[in-house]
Design a binder for this molecule. Structure first.
Ligand SMILES: Cc1cc2nc3c(=O)[nH]c(=O)nc-3n(C[C@H](O)[C@H](O)[C@H](O)COP(=O)(O)O)c2cc1C
Length: 220
């Protein structure tokens, strides 16, 4: 029996358009998007799946919105730089212990050194820096859940005409006691990740990806 979708072809065409329009935006206009739009984006993030069995019914996800101009945003921007510096130091130690990784890791090390000096793109370079905290369960699956959450938020931001940039160093910042204290969450109980949101200076063209047929093997 053929199953009937509750969604129309038009619904699907709109969803496809949003999926194809989702791009990383790394340059934001100064205008501040309305708070209602940020709340709609957060609602989309809440709708994303979470590891229900791992967190056993506890409150699983929290959102923190830092707005440009608030001193706490400057504070977390400084914590981001400190985190990049720590990661560069750690990588240098790892490379000293295992020089065979040098060729592979040199590019990333240079990037970390630049971030430690210049700051983290997305923290203080957009009207909003949004941190999402996901409860760490057993087994730990918080970063996978956060990825689902952020993708939902990204698609909603796209649908609202807003630009979105992942700020993935937020994951490492989540281990920092001072960062947890700014968020008001107990250190070690949550994983974190984050994004920057604002109006894009320029809208990037739709995504370019290989044809699905080129990357799919059917075992049927
Ligand atoms: C796990 C992960 C982490 C990422 N971290 C960052 C980041 O910290 N900053 C950033 O600007 N983009 C980040 N990106 C975005 C990718 O660079 C981007 O999605 C990719 O270049 C494809 O471009 P598109 O998003 O415009 O399609 C990340 C993407 C993934 C999947």
């Amino acid at each position: 029996m053929t199953q009937v979708s509750p969604f129309t072809q038009q619904d699907n065409a709109i969803l496809d358009r949003i999926l194809e329009s989702r791009r990383s935006v790394r340059s934001f206009a100064q205008d501040i998007p309305p708070k209602e739009d940020i709340m709609r984006i957060i609602r989309a993030g809440l709708l994303a799946p979470y590891a229900a069995q791992a967190v056993a019914g506890q409150d699983f996800r929290r959102f923190f919105v830092f707005q440009e101009g608030n001193p706490e945003l400057a504070h977390v921007a400084a914590l981001g730089k400190r985190q990049a510096k720590r990661m560069a130091e750690q990588l240098r130690d790892d490379l000293a212990a295992n020089p065979s990784l040098e060729d592979q890791a040199q590019g990333f090390l240079k990037r970390l050194e630049r971030l430690a000096e210049m700051g983290i793109p997305g923290i203080g370079t957009a009207p909003y820096y949004v941190v999402v905290a996901e409860r760490r369960g057993i087994p730990p699956a918080e970063q996978q859940s956060l990825a689902h959450c952020l993708e939902n938020m990204w698609l909603k931001a796209t649908a609202l005409g807003l630009g979105f940039q992942l700020v993935s160093v937020t994951a490492q910042m989540g281990q920092d006691r001072e960062f947890c204290s700014v968020l008001g969450i107990p250190q070690g109980e949550f994983g974190t990740n984050g994004c920057a949101i604002g109006f894009p200076v320029k809208r990037p063209p739709p995504v370019e990806r290989p044809d699905a047929r080129e990357v799919t093997k059917w075992i049927d």
